[in-house]
Design a protein around this ligand. Structure first.
Ligand code: GTP
Length: 371
């Protein structure tokens, strides 16, 4: 069976992590998210995936090739310009001739795809949308259904008093191929504001497949951190890399950890990392491959990618650090800070409250402090 995966967005909410790396290629515990997604689809019976790429398209080509490394067929098709979610599918519609799964490429879910397909067929649905419950639906697209799942109304980002359901569009669709004819060619067109409401208006049978499967949109700084916490707390199926050295500690190959380092909560340490004496590492935390952590450094609930160098007595908490950064001794990094790639952060800097540091930045001594 074929699937289309939408991976062409700019990932603006996750900038600057997405300046060099498209959102679906961001590492989750060291593996690009799209690889986890493709493997999950393959294991659930999808043998051919068409990736609609646009922004940083080469990153997908280099990483995935024709998909044979992952045991499936992958086509990487680039749009001439961003066509929107439905416009992107129209652009590859010549490759689609049967019932097709469509996935947003930034949603981590272990939804049962065969159960969704069986539901779609049993209802003789033309377009089925996976639904997931959320606590606060006001930031999402709501989907109202009858008791047996037939969709009756779409409501985009409602005001609190307009909320009638907590079921939202979960970003997984099953679409019958004749509906691709209803998407205008060569223009920007969205599912949410275009094909979905127009299909409903035409009275084609549309159903919502509600499930309480694991579901997170990885596209915001907090949810990118949260999804790591869920993975290493075992809330979603994910093969953690390395070997389990002790309860809640996974270490890769050629790792050196000083004898007096304290670990608590789940922690993953990537291949070739070095953690010096007196460090305190509090999970859920990921320390990427070939990262050096200086003596006395404390890291809490953070995600650190590969090849970073952290000096002595650095403090990192609830933050993300990208690739190849050099962080001087004593620097403090707190509370939703995002450091992208190839930065140099000199001493006496304190980064806090969601500060974002762009790739290649050098912060001289005492550039940033918070009271
Ligand atoms: P933000 O800029 O932070 O909103 O992120 P985004 O645009 O990358 O993601 P959004 O949540 O808006 O889109 C949902 C999914 O559709 C993501 O996986 C995007 O990569 C993808 N997507 C959005 N717009 C396009 C597009 O024009 N073309 C293609 N091929 N994919 C798109």
């Amino acid at each position: 069976m074929k699937a289309v995966i939408l991976v062409g967005g700019f990932g603006t909410r996750l900038r600057p992590l997405t300046v060099n790396t498209p959102k679906p290629m961001l590492p989750l515990v060291g593996t690009p998210f799209i690889e986890w997604m493709l493997t999950n689809l393959r294991d659930q019976g999808i043998d051919e995936a068409i990736l609609c790429v646009q922004y940083l398209a080469d990153r997908f080509r280099i990483a995935l090739g024709d998909g044979s490394r992952l045991g499936m067929k992958v086509h990487i098709i680039e749009e001439p310009e961003p066509r929107g979610t439905a416009g992107a599918v129209k652009h590859v519609a010549h490759l689609l001739d049967d019932t097709t799964f469509v996935f947003n490429g930034d949603v981590m879910t272990d939804l049962d795809l065969q159960a969704m397909l069986a539901f779609h067929r049993a209802k003789k649905s033309q377009l089925t949308i996976a639904l997931t419950p959320v606590e606060d639906p006001t930031a999402f697209g709501l989907v109202e259904t009858t008791a047996d799942g037939q969709i009756t109304r779409f409501l985009e980002k409602p005001k609190p008093e307009e909320v009638t359901t907590n079921m939202i569009n979960a970003g997984t669709y099953i679409i019958e191929p004749h509906l691709f004819d209803d998407i205008p060619a060569n223009q920007h067109y969205m599912f949410e504001r275009g094909l979905f409401p127009s299909t409903l208006q035409k009275n084609h049978p549309m159903y919502g497949f509600a499930s309480d499967a694991y579901w997170t949109d990885i596209g915001k700084p907090q949810t990118y951190l949260d999804v790591h916490h869920d993975i290493i707390n075992g809330k979603v199926r994910f093969a953690l890399p390395g070997t389990q050295a002790k309860p809640k500690l996974w270490v890769g190959k050629n790792v050196t950890i000083a004898a007096d380092v304290t670990f608590s909560g789940p922690v993953v340490v990537g291949d070739g990392a070095h953690i010096a004496s007196g460090c305190v590492i509090t999970g859920p935390t990921i320390i990427g491959a070939h990262t050096q952590v200086g003596a006395g450094t404390a890291i809490t609930a953070s995600v650190i990618w590969q090849e970073n160098h952290l000096g002595a007595d650095v403090v990192v908490s609830h933050s993300v650090i990208g690739h190849r950064n050099r962080i001087a001794a004593g620097v403090k990094i707190h509370n939703g800070t995002i450091i992208s790639d190839d930065t140099v952060i000199d001493g006496d800097n304190s980064l806090d409250r969601g500060v974002r540091v762009w790739p290649g930045t050098t912060l001289a001594k005492q550039s940033i402090s918070f009271q």
